[in-house]
Design a protein around this ligand. Sequence first.
Ligand code: NAD
Length: 315
Amino acid sequence: MSSKILIIGACGQIGSELTFKLRELYGDTNVIASDISYNNLDIVNSGLFEIIDAMDYKSIQVCVEKHNIDTIYLMAAMLSATGEKYPMKAWDLNMTSLFHVLDLAKAKFIKKVFWPSSIAVFGPSTPKDNTPQYTTMEPTTVYGITKQVGERWCEYYHQKYDVDVRSIRYPGIISWKTLPGGGTTDYAVEIYHEALKNKKYDCFLSEKTALPMLFMDDAIKATVDIMQAKASDIKIRSSYNLSGISFTPEDITASIKKHIPEFEITYSPDFRQQIADSWPSSIADSHARKDWNWKHSFDLEAITKEMLSQLKSKN
Ligand code: NAD
């Protein structure tokens, strides 16, 4: 029997592309997109869409019952940079929405949950290079705290209540369809837009700041793969480290210059530098590779080529 899916936060950077992919895989009528507002008309007009506030348990439950939903992808959250401006709002949204979805699974309204964690679970005391799955985790952003606590609750609901929840620690995600929503790795998307529009970019991180990144197609593939894996293959019920590539603003600039030689970058690090400095430079993801055969496809050169050509034809 095919799955009936609800995506919460479907208008965002990842939710929007996930919605299109899941519709392609499971059929338009089996995938219900939802968000708190109509802020992405491509999604709103492309199939079944509901307005749902992830803070409102009842409205999620009503939608689950109305559409016979068995699987929820919870993509609504407040991200790292915005979270530092509104710490209590980030805490409220990120935790309350997760509890609502886990509780719906505990009460057997749904069977399966996907909830993304982040490299923000790590902090300054974590080993920076090839950060292992199991290591010191002392996040210093409110966003990172919500993700770390969220991971603990996911594992707890799995162990105590047999909830089938699956999770990935996404690195920074690079994409061209929908703009990112207030994270510390957003520069790696903005830089392509500005390179094409103005041939210059003022970067909010310093030139040597290395961060783990992933192209959207790889992120969506990982999400689909972990959700399609056999339950018994998912050995980690907190969240899996996931790695694609790692690069600095200097590296991405060199890669863009191969296509746009006159492109120029300047650096004006702001409060996001401190957040980036607290995160890993690269991630070790052997568990994801072993347990459910994770493998990335896009390196930096492939990402640059794809970003520039897709953005050029979009504008
Ligand atoms: P985004 O900010 O682009 O999108 C979030 C969506 O949630 C938006 O469409 C927003 O309208 C919606 N939303 C906000 N409050 C809501 C509410 N109360 N009810 C319903 N919807 C609400 O975020 P994203 O980049 O797509 O991230 C999706 C998930 O992936 C988040 O959990 C985020 O923490 C995680 N993640 C993202 C990245 C990244 O680089 N984008 C990296 C690591 C983890």
